[in-house]
Ligand binder design. Structure first.
Ligand code: ATP
Ligand code: TZE
Length: 514
């Protein structure tokens, strides 16, 4: 992977200057003599920067160059034998791809685990029979944290990780609080081609280090931020988010939509009426240019085709790289295997900031049969315990969940808020839920430090507009209601929110206590 004109030692030096804190040298085909020469040259560089060097698999090479440790795979020398050969002070890391392998490695005193492969890479495919993806990484990490090891476990994820998914992988793989453990993030990420094949390894490493800081310092605290401790406090915070978008002279947040062909025009108009600026573009090649310009990205899977699916993947990749909040509307997710697989992939590989769904869609995402669907519509009275359902989904996908219905429930898994605004006529027009997704996307871009509040602002705004529209004397049914809804979104004020928002905090256990 070394480009012509530079040496491996040059690349390693540049990567360390960018922020790499540990180096592993992996060489499967070189002669032993050539490997020794390379390892010595790289070790000189890592020693100069005070960064440990680990040799993959070859304990003899590690001993010969006095490297700081080794990394061993499941088919390499057993950990106990490696420890005997290397002595107590060297670092020994182990690749693990299942909870059992993780427990075994911890119990045998591995210093750290390389968990993966997280995603397919050019050199390794994920084992289809194993847990993989960030969710698999999380399960393996949780098994490691519960294992009885003499040293505290450290771990990194490996496999297909780069600047567009690094922050997501760290947030998504964070452990839950388990008996006897604290919630813990992985200690880092192992990266090969995103640095080695980059035009500037230093810039690539610096970008990845920035993503790691973003995950720990920005994204995770924002996800779990308190919305306020009383209804009045939360309503006032929602009104502030609303005002920040509607303030005279404020720039309209650009909302990049990939949405369905049923609602595309209504969603663009709803975005405008609420104070945003819509763009509706699904071409994959354009996403890397458009998404960085947008304040948020809305992905709605209502009417699928292969080109739009490619656009969704590209857009969410760009959103990950540029820290743009994604609102995912998994329309009719339980209806077909393609929808189920697509949403699972988007949530795991890229992640959403907010999932906006009706009760039937939330049930499908939870793998529950409690709430049936009829096409795109949720059927019946919803969940017996709706707050528990949104909390559970929020904790599962590490995102805010906004579940619509007669009462809306919005949760960041640490706090759950019920919204009792809206009107039954919303369920009589197509796309009221899709427009609620657009409303969330308008405000979530303005509430980056607290996406729970952004989601609440969107839901409250569209539901108050619906109440106002339904009260108008010129509204006689779905057709006139639909037209009036746009006028009332446009006419909505901060004072309406302060006077009329009907919200309450739902008491209940935190799913992710910190
Ligand atoms: N009976 C009701 N009373 C008050 N508000 C309602 C009622 N039904 C729906 N709403 C509101 O309508 C909006 C859309 O919610 P709904 O659950 O109907 O979406 P959906 O099923 O996804 O819609 P669609 O698929 O047509 O876009 C939400 O803002 C919700 O609060
Ligand atoms: C009716 C319909 N079908 C696919 S998307 C959509 C819009 C409401 O969800």
């Amino acid at each position: 992977m070394v480009p012509a004109g530079s040496t491996l030692a040059d690349i390693v030096s540049s990567a360390i200057l960018g922020g790499v804190t540990i180096v592993q040298l992996r060489e499967k085909t070189m002669s032993t003599q050539a490997f020794l020469t390379t390892a010595r040259a790289v070790h000189q560089v890592t020693q100069r920067h005070n960064v440990p060097l680990l040799i993959n698999d070859r304990i003899d090479v590690a001993l010969a160059v006095d490297a700081e440790g080794v990394h061993i795979g499941q088919d390499d020398m057993p950990l106990a034998t490696a420890r005997r050969l290397l002595g107590p002070d060297k670092i020994i890391g182990v690749s693990v791809g299942s909870p059992d392998e993780a427990r075994e490695a911890i119990e045998a005193s591995a210093d750290y685990l390389g968990i993966g492969p997280c995603f397919d890479t050019k050199t390794k495919s994920v084992r289809r029979d194993e847990l993989t993806g960030p969710r698999g990484v999380r399960a393996i990490w949780e098994a490691a944290l519960q294992a009885e090891g003499p040293v505290p476990a450290r771990a990194v994820a490996i496999g297909g990780i780069g600047p567009s998914n690094a922050a997501h992988v760290l947030g998504y793989s964070r452990s839950m609080v388990l008996p006897g453990t604290q919630a813990r993030a992985l200690d880092g990420l192992a990266v090969v081609s995103a640095i080695m094949a980059a035009a500037s390894p230093r810039a690539a490493a610096a970008q990845l280090a920035g993503q790691i800081r973003h995950a720990a310092d920005v994204a995770w605290p924002a996800l779990l931020r308190d919305p306020g401790s009383s209804s009045a406090e939360i309503v006032s915070a929602i009104a502030d988010v609303f005002s920040s978008v509607r303030a005279p002279g404020a720039a309209r947040p650009l909302v990049q939509h990939i949405t369905n062909m049923v609602v595309i025009n209504d969603s663009a108009n709803a975005c405008l009426a609420l104070g945003g600026s819509p763009i509706m573009e699904s071409l994959a090649a354009d996403q890397q240019h458009l998404v960085p310009l947008a304040s948020s990205l809305l992905v709605n899977i209502g009417t699928l085709d292969l080109a739009a699916m490619a656009g969704m993947r590209a857009a969410m990749r760009a959103a990950g790289e540029h820290h743009r909040p994604v609102v995912l509307d998994p329309v009719a997710v339980g209806a077909t295997p393609t929808r189920r697989a697509l949403v699972a992939e988007l949530l795991e590989h890229h992640g959403a900031c907010v999932v906006k769904a009706n009760a039937g869609e939330v049930a499908a995402l939870l793998g529950s049969a409690e709430v049936p669907m009829n096409g795109v519509d949720s059927v019946g009275g919803g969940f017996a315990d709706p707050a528990a359902a949104v909390r559970r989904l929020s904790a599962m996908h590490r995102c805010v969940v906004a579940m619509t219905g007669r009462v809306d429930y919005v949760s960041n898994c640490a706090a759950t808020v019920a919204v009792r605004n809206g009107h039954a006529l919303q369920a009589e027009i197509t796309g009221a839920g899709c427009m609620a997704g657009t409303a969330v996307a308008v405000f979530v871009g303005a509430a980056r430090a607290n996406p729970l509040l952004g989601a609440l602002a969107g839901i409250v705004a569209i539901n108050l507009a619906a109440e106002h529209a339904a009260r108008r004397p010129d509204v006689h049914g779905p057709g006139s209601f639909r037209q009036a809804l746009f006028d009332e979104m446009h006419a909505l004020t901060r004072q309406h929110i302060l006077d009329e928002a009907a919200i309450e905090l739902v008491p209940g256990p935190n799913a992710v206590p910190l």
